[in-house]
Design a protein around this ligand. Structure first.
Ligand code: NAD
Length: 492
C-alpha cells in the first residue's frame, strides 16, 4: 500500500509534463488522506499531446503488425509482473477490495492478450481475384484516438481502448478520470515505454481537457466510456469535425427471474448477489433491478437475503474477508443515498444486507451499507435510474410477457440477465433489448473478452472486446481493379 501521496504528471511525446495546478484525490475509505495530486492538464498541453500523437502516426502506421504485437506483449509481461503493486494502488485510490482490483488487472491482461493473438488475422488484407478483376480491402488505422475513461474500472476501460488502437496502427491520447488516476497512470506509462515517443500519451483533468480531446481537428476517433449525459456533450463537441466514435455508456440492467428458477440453488443465488454488489455496485454491467414472479416473491426475497448476508462484508479494501469497500467518491455516495432515502420516504422497505466489519472505518469513509429495496414501482427513480451503487430493487410480475416489457422499458440497453431453466431462459433472453444477455449469471461473471461488448439505445454506439473491438480502430480502404474498366451502357 502506498504510504504517502504522489504527484502525478502528464506523459507527452515520451516525456513527463508537470502542471501548474493540481486536484487532490482522497482515499475513499479514509477521506482525510490524500493519495494523489492529480494535474490539471491545460488545454494547451492537451493540444501538445494531440500534436505528438499526430506526428507519430505516419511512421507508426507503417510499422509491421508483428512488431506492434511484440512490443505490446512486452508491456503485458510488465503488467503481469507488477500486478500485485498495481492492484494495491488501485484498491487504495478507488475503494475496491484488492481481490477485485486484481480481477480488473486479470481482465485487462486477458483482453490485451486476446487482441495480440487475433489482430493480425482480423486486419489482414482481403484479396478477391476472379474473372471480373481484382479487389483488395485494406484495413487502415483511423489516426489519432482520444481514449477517455471513467473511474469505476479505470485500468480495464483504458486498456480496452489503448491496446486495440495501438495494435492496429493508431496513436493515442489517454485521459483517465480524476477519481481513480494513479494506478492507470502507471499502467499507461508502462505501456507507453514499449512504443516510440508520441504513440501513447497521457493527460489528466476534467471536462475542459475532455472538450479539447473531443473537438480538436487533429483527433480522428473518440473512444469513450462514461455517462450518457457526458456522451451527449461529446457528440456535440465532435460534430464540427465529424469524428468516428465508440461510446460505452450507462446501463440499468434488468435481471429477469423466471417461474422455473430454483430459489434453493445456493450457487445461483450467490452469483445473483455478486452481480449486484461487486465493486459496491459501481459497474455499468451490474444487475440494477430484479424482476421476480409474484408466486416466487416471498421465497426469493428470503433466499436472496440469506445469500447476501453470507457474502457481503463491508470494510477496508485491504481486509481479506471484505467483499465490498466504500463508494469511490462523495458525489456518488450522496447520489445513491438519496435514491434509497427517497424510495424509503415513498413507502418502500429498505432492507440492509451484509455485515459491517469495521464500524469506525465505516463512519469515516464513503461507505454505504448494501440494501434491498422492496415495494418500489417501475416508475420510481430507484428502478428507473442507473443507481451505480450498492442497492437493488426487487419488483414482482405476473406474466413473463410483463417482465420482458418492464425489462425493456428503459432508455438503456447495456447488459441484462435471465435466470431459470436454460432453454426457457435463452428464449426469453432473445426478447430483451441489450448488447449482452447472460443466462443464470450476470455482470463480470458472464463477461467474455472474445465477444463484442456494448449497448443498444442510450447505452452506446459501437462495440469493444472481440474482433469488433479491434475493427473499431480501422476503416476499410477498397482498392478496386476491375477487368472491364469501360462500362458498356455508358455512351461513347
Ligand atoms: P463521466 O461521464 O462523468 O466521466 C467519464 C470520463 O469523461 C472522465 O474521464 C471525465 O473526466 C470525462 N469527461 C467529463 N466531461 C467531459 C466532457 N465534456 N468531454 C469529454 N470528457 C469528459 O462518467 P464517470 O462518472 O466517470 O463513470 C460512470 C459512468 O460510466 C456510469 O454512467 C457508467 O454506467 C458508465 N460506464 C459505462 C461502461 C460501459 O462499458 N458501457 C463501463 C463503465 C462505466
Amino acid at each position: 500500500m502506498a504510504d504517502e501521496s504522489v504527484t502525478l504528471y502528464a506523459w507527452i511525446n515520451g516525456k513527463r509534463v508537470d502542471a501548474d495546478e493540481y486536484m487532490e484525490r482522497e482515499n475513499p475509505a479514509d477521506p482525510q488522506k490524500i493519495v494523489a495530486y492529480v494535474p490539471k492538464t491545460t488545454t494547451g498541453q492537451a493540444k501538445e499531446a494531440i500534436e505528438a500523437a499526430r506526428a507519430a502516426f505516419p511512421a507508426w502506421k507503417e510499422v509491421s503488425v508483428e512488431e506492434r504485437i511484440e512490443r505490446m506483449e512486452r508491456a503485458i509481461q510488465t503488467l503481469k509482473d507488477r500486478t500485485p503493486e498495481l492492484a494495491e494502488t488501485l484498491a487504495e485510490e478507488h475503494g475496491k477490495p484488492v481481490y477485485d482490483a486484481e480481477g480488473e488487472m486479470a481482465v485487462s491482461i486477458m483482453w490485451m492478450e486476446y487482441a495480440c493473438q487475433t489482430v493480425k488475422e482480423t486486419i489482414a488484407d482481403q484479396v478477391d481475384e476472379g474473372e471480373g478483376g481484382k479487389t483488395i480491402v485494406r484495413q487502415e488505422p483511423v489516426g489519432v484516438v482520444s481514449a477517455i475513461s471513467p473511474w469505476n474500472y479505470p485500468i480495464a476501460l483504458s486498456t480496452i481502448k489503448i491496446a486495440p488502437a495501438i495494435l492496429t496502427g493508431n496513436t493515442v491520447v489517454s485521459k483517465p478520470s480524476p477519481f481513480a488516476p494513479h494506478a492507470v497512470s502507471l499502467v499507461v506509462e508502462m505501456i507507453a515505454g514499449e512504443f516510440p515517443d508520441g504513440v501513447l500519451n497521457l493527460v489528466h483533468g476534467e471536462a475542459e481537457v475532455g472538450v479539447e480531446l473531443t473537438s480538436n481537428e487533429h483527433v480522428d476517433k473518440i473512444a469513450f466510456t462514461g455517462g450518457t449525459e457526458t456522451a451527449k456533450k461529446i457528440m456535440k463537441s465532435a460534430a464540427d469535425t465529424i469524428k468516428d466514435m465508440t461510446l460505452e455508456l450507462g446501463g440499468n440492467d434488468a435481471a429477469v427471474v423466471l417461474p422455473d428458477f430454483d430459489v434453493n440453488d445456493e450457487r445461483a443465488m450467490r452469483r445473483m448477489v455478486i452481480s449486484n454488489f461487486l465493486t459496491a455496485g459501481q459497474i455499468c454491467m451490474i444487475a440494477k433491478r430484479i424482476y421476480v414472479p409474484r408466486t416466487l416473491y416471498n421465497e426469493f426475497v428470503e433466499k436472496y437475503q440469506e445469500a447476501a448476508n453470507k457474502w457481503v462484508k463491508i470494510g477496508s479494501p485491504f481486509d481479506e474477508q471484505v467483499t465490498t469497500g466504500p463508494l469511490n467518491n462523495k458525489q456518488q455516495l450522496d447520489f445513491v443515498k438519496n435514491l434509497v432515502d427517497n424510495a424509503a420516504e415513498k413507502g418502500a422497505d429498505v432492507i440492509p444486507l451484509g455485515h459491517i466489519v469495521d464500524n469506525e472505518l465505516f463512519e469515516q469513509g464513503h461507505f454505504l451499507q448494501p440494501t434491498l429495496v422492496l415495494g418500489a414501482d417501475q416508475q420510481d427513480d430507484i428502478v428507473k435510474e442507473e443507481q451505480f451503487g450498492p442497492t437493488v430493487p426487487i419488483v414482482p410480475y405476473d406474466t413473463v410477457d410483463e417482465a420482458v416489457k418492464m425489462a425493456n422499458d428503459s432508455i438503456y440497453g447495456l447488459t441484462s440477465s435471465v435466470w431459470g431453466e436454460e432453454n426457457h431462459a435463452i428464449e426469453v433472453a432473445a426478447r430483451i433489448e441489450a448488447g449482452t444477455t447472460m443466462v443464470n449469471t450476470a455482470a463480470v461473471q458472464g463477461l467474455d473478452v472474445r465477444y463484442p461488448f456494448g449497448g443498444v439505445k442510450q447505452s452506446g454506439i459501437g462495440r469493444e472486446y472481440g474482433k469488433e473491438g479491434l475493427l473499431g480502430y480501422v476503416t476499410p480502404h477498397v482498392i478496386n481493379v476491375p477487368k472491364m474498366r469501360d462500362l458498356p451502357y455508358i455512351p461513347e
